[in-house]
Design a protein around this ligand. Sequence first.
Ligand code: ADP
Ligand code: ZN
Ligand code: ZN
Length: 714
Amino acid sequence: MSLLRVALDVPLPRLFDYLWDPQEGPVAVGQRVVVPFGNGRKGGIVLELPAATDIPPGKLRRAERVLDDLPPLPPDWLELARFCAEYYQRPLGEVIHAALPPRFRRPEPLVLPPSHYRLTDAGREALQNPPRSAAQKALLQQLAPGPAALPASPARRELLRKGWIAESEPPPAALRFIEEYSLTPAQNQARQAIEAAFGRFQPFLLLGVTGSGKTEVYLHLVAEAVRRGLQALVLVPEINLTPQLEQQFRQRLQGATLVTLNSALAENERAAHWLAAQRGQAQVVLGTRLAVFTPLPRLGLVVVDEEHDASFKQQDGVRYSARDLAVYRASRAGAPVVLGSATPSLESYAHAESGRYTLLELPERAREGARLPDVRLLDLRSEPAQDGLCAALEAAVHARLARGEQSLIFLNRRGYAPVLACPACGWASGCPRCTAHLVVHLAERRLRCHHCGYVAPVPRHCPQCGNVDIMPFGRGTQRLEELLARRFPEARVLRIDSDSTRNKGSWEKLRARIAAGDADILVGTQILAKGHDFPRLTLVGVLNADAALLAADYRAPERLFAQLYQVAGRAGRADRPGEVLVQTRYPHHPLYAALVRHDYKGFAAALLREREQAGFPPYVFEAVLRAESRDMNESIAFLQRALGCAPPRPEAVIVFDPVPMSLPRLGGWERAHLLLQSRSRRALQNFLREWSQALYNLKAGAVRWHIEVDPLEF
Ligand code: ADP
Ligand code: ZN
Ligand code: ZN
């Protein structure tokens, strides 16, 4: 009997030992196994073949079977998982299973779609002296001319076992790269700099204004990687953008094998795409944050598009940053990594300032004649708004309507109104499970919590005093849509937010309508801020941005600037110049001043100085220990006990007192946290590692806890 040390998806920082009878077949590190666990069974990954175990012999159980539907996960992949587990303070088994496609987490073999095989030398010999089995003979003959797809069958299995056939890559098609434009000098410079780094690790920050043609640079680089026989990993934010980008990549990189990876794929499809990447067949992997875990034996280029986007950070389970792991992967693979954005995260920009990342700039729009839009501030103190729009913005919309151009009114708040309230007694629609208001969704006559998804009907009268004149207060996109339709009766108004785009394919339909000119005024949230290219759109109006200006979160200005900069970038993409009008009560705020000048670098530099003085990231490293339970006192008490079992605190690490989170109640959980800061990443890591060992031994009772490293939310 041999021993297997297996990673299982359990929230404990340990591995599990099992027995395996070598008679039943070979087993390798990185392979999938099915093991008994408690009263059931689980899928696991073999991490070691140890010689001895601490488990008493009577307690050891036998692994049920070894699966070979997935080739063994390679050492560099296991190392990535280990790094992720250590850095983000999660059990390795949990990390490995979070990284695997769901299909490979289940304790059942995957029946593979036909894949390609070739004859080995032994197989060629066997062809001279054919086996008795007709089925095996037929397969050998089928492979004689060259690699071919063979569906799963007993004969295929037997030939594989005998070593007469081996998996093979499908014969690659020749890449035909469609060059649509000649690159601008700035694009060309960026491309050359990055190409010169092929074959070694070098991080680049590609700072390109909206419409500067960053995608075009990626396409050229990916084509070059494919030409060199390398694999390219392209990460994009988790938004409706992926199908569009996929189409663009397929059109331009003809003959290349491209697979996508995102959570919208069907289970088997996602597993098949992963396999194609792991086998080296896929030359390009285009995916959302989860794709950062794709095994890529010939990884030669990593691209992270819109690298500032918050969706690269996983918000539950293993709370990793795909952007940061992408850089780590590139460093291990010895490959260049390109982080692209018009408004990079301050973390990345600080690295560019310090020279750790090479800064490449695309300061102008790529298209002939396309300019950045004029940004003007409309002072609400002197020009009061009526129904949300002030006179100057209304006139600007009228002018667009007269010219047959499109306007976009940006309001980052979906629903009809943010709250339903009773003017008689002061009642407001609160979520019973969160510290938040229920948002009025009038069309479906529902109140909805945007934090936990709680839904309730709109009451007919005040639940507190019985008053029937309860009213929606404030304005969301649905109400704005209604107001605009009334104000501009001749216009076709289209609302684009996560409610109107929820159904599969609905965003594609809306996009087609906009592109066809079948809409005059778009009302939308941040969904519209990203990467879309609408040539007839020449006006962007921004409503109610001040709310975010006043937020307490130190990251709020960075986020707001990025959002406004991106949404402003939707105006005037083609030959028609664009205009951006921002309604505000704070026209002298430095954020708006920077927006008017399109001055990302100036604004980022100012924010970085502030962060440095205040002792915030990226000048310190942060982590939080969070606790949630049904009772805030219990959550806080857990954190106090956690402090009690902490190892001696090194001088370099600051530990703050437990406090309720800024959204204290979420989905019925009362949430508290304590913040840790350090100027030394290593000191913080070491302290956390020791502490979490102790935390796993602490009786948590009904309290759930976790550590988050580099948190974005407090
Ligand atoms: P970004 O991602 O930087 O916002 P895109 O890659 O979407 O910009 O490019 C903006 C527009 O400019 C697209 O319509 C693209 O087709 C066009 N474009 C890109 N590069 C060039 C070029 N070298 N010459 C002309 N047009 C270009
Ligand atoms: Zn009332
Ligand atoms: Zn709620």
